[in-house]
Ligand binder design. Sequence first.
Ligand code: FAD
Length: 291
Amino acid sequence: MKLTKLFNSDKLSLSFEVFPPKTDSAFESVKIATEEIARLKPSFMSVTYGAGGGTSQYTLDIAKNIKDSYNVPTLAHLTCVSSTKETVKAKIAAMKEAGIENVMALRGDLTPELEKTDRSTWAYRYAVDLIHDIKASGADFCIGGACYPEIHPESCNQAEDIKHLKEKVDAGCDFLTTQMFFDNNLLYNFLYKIREAGITVPVMPGVMPITNANQVERAIKLSGSFMPQRFKSLVDKFGHSPEAMKQAGIAYATDQIIDLFANGISNVHVYSMNKPDVAEKILNNLSNILG
Ligand code: FAD
């Protein structure tokens, strides 16, 4: 199923993100975790892609398994910055062959090694270049792109970031998914600004349940997200107890999701990090809301 169908419905929905294994030996355990999440019947599941290409085959394997064995629509991520034109062409063909209908078109993070090389030699500099190639391939994918309510770390200001986001959408993005954020007001402000800039495609907020104290630092480093005092207090108070932190983190994410639904958002994406218990608890918390 193409995700555009989901966005055309007013029904509230929740989707989950999983990531593929980095090594062969981890494949089975990751597959089992993703299958447990698929059994919860989320509206769809996204499967991330290793920027260096290391887990690229697994992305497709996991996405195909979820779709074919559990009848849950999947969104396969694809990054381009460290790829050649030939590799990307082959990846697009493989996704088509696997029956994938939804692709998240990403640039990928710049590694220190890559940054040392001459940018003029790169086949892909931005996600928009990948979107152009996906479109040119003739494959009829529903295409997603990433967006950043708190600005992409490389952007000098939000106006510049939104200008490039508009170029990405104009190139063929059917929807956008946001980077994680912990204060919904940042998302509402961002939505106001992008709508004003003429970006009209559906935007799916991405919510990350922080379920252990160690995740906090990593999440901030990766996303640059602002941590509200309310969230910091929660980590201060419960961070030392894994069970208490998990319960508090799930409650915080649930609260964020309920507020998003109450403010007119229909589809929320949860960065569930291959944790079926977390995905299940959030769904249970929302059982009467999701209907
Ligand atoms: P782009 O849209 O290309 O933007 C990158 C930067 O370049 C921005 O600052 C933008 O403003 C700027 N820019 C864009 N076009 C131009 C231009 N023409 N001229 C000058 N500047 C320009 N990473 C992975 O490795 N695997 C994943 O599966 C993955 N999934 C993700 C899912 C989501 C929802 C999000 C939010 C991020 C994900 N990432 C993933 C991380 C992502 O790869 C990084 O954030 C990366 O640094 C940027 O990717 P992008 O597609 O947003 O890039």
